[in-house]
Design a binder for this molecule. Structure first.
Ligand SMILES: [Zn+2]
Length: 161
């Protein structure tokens, strides 16, 4: 039976926005504000790998929850996120109508996107517009790709055309 991967756009945006902030200015206050602002983030730890020290840290890590790590600033900084639920999740789809019922397991929104295959990603690269969706890439690659240019929600390609 078909198992598909989805990403909750709201939960993912919380992480994306946090990463943008951390890239710009990873102060203790900024990281504290992010953890307080975004419900799905339990804990953020930002480490400077060159100086081998923690730049900022806030929140309580839940060992049962999801840990993600993102390399920033050309791999010199790593941000560890502890999320209550991963924004990416799998769902079994038995019949056509099922897809409309897919909800984020954390926030219950139906604003979810199907994660496209690497094949679909490659074919997207052949066009200049719209910009390729990055969600099919491994997180480390994807976050480095985000570094130069953040893709606004409105500019992301529509799925299932
Ligand atoms: Zn969500």
């Amino acid at each position: 039976m078909p198992l598909f991967e989805y990403e909750c756009t709201l939960c993912r945006d919380n992480v994306d926005n946090s990463l943008k902030q951390i890239e710009k200015n990873a102060t203790k206050k900024a990281v504290t504000d992010l953890v307080k602002k975004y419900d799905n983030i339990n804990n953020i730890v930002v480490v400077d790998l060159e100086k081998e020290k923690v730049i900022a840290e806030h929140g309580k890590r839940d060992k049962e929850a999801t840990d993600l790590d993102f390399y920033l600033n050309e791999g010199t900084v790593v941000a560890f996120f502890n999320l209550q639920r991963n924004f990416r999740f799998s769902e079994l789809i038995y019949e056509e109508g099922d897809e409309k019922k897919v909800k984020c397991p954390f926030c219950d929104t139906k604003k979810v996107e199907k994660v496209i295959s690497s094949f679909a990603f490659t074919s997207d690269l052949s066009t200049d517009m719209p910009k390729p969706d990055l969600s099919g890439l491994p997180p480390s690659v994807r976050k480095n790709t985000h570094l130069g240019e953040y893709i606004e929600e409105k500019d992301r390609p529509k799925k299932n055309r």
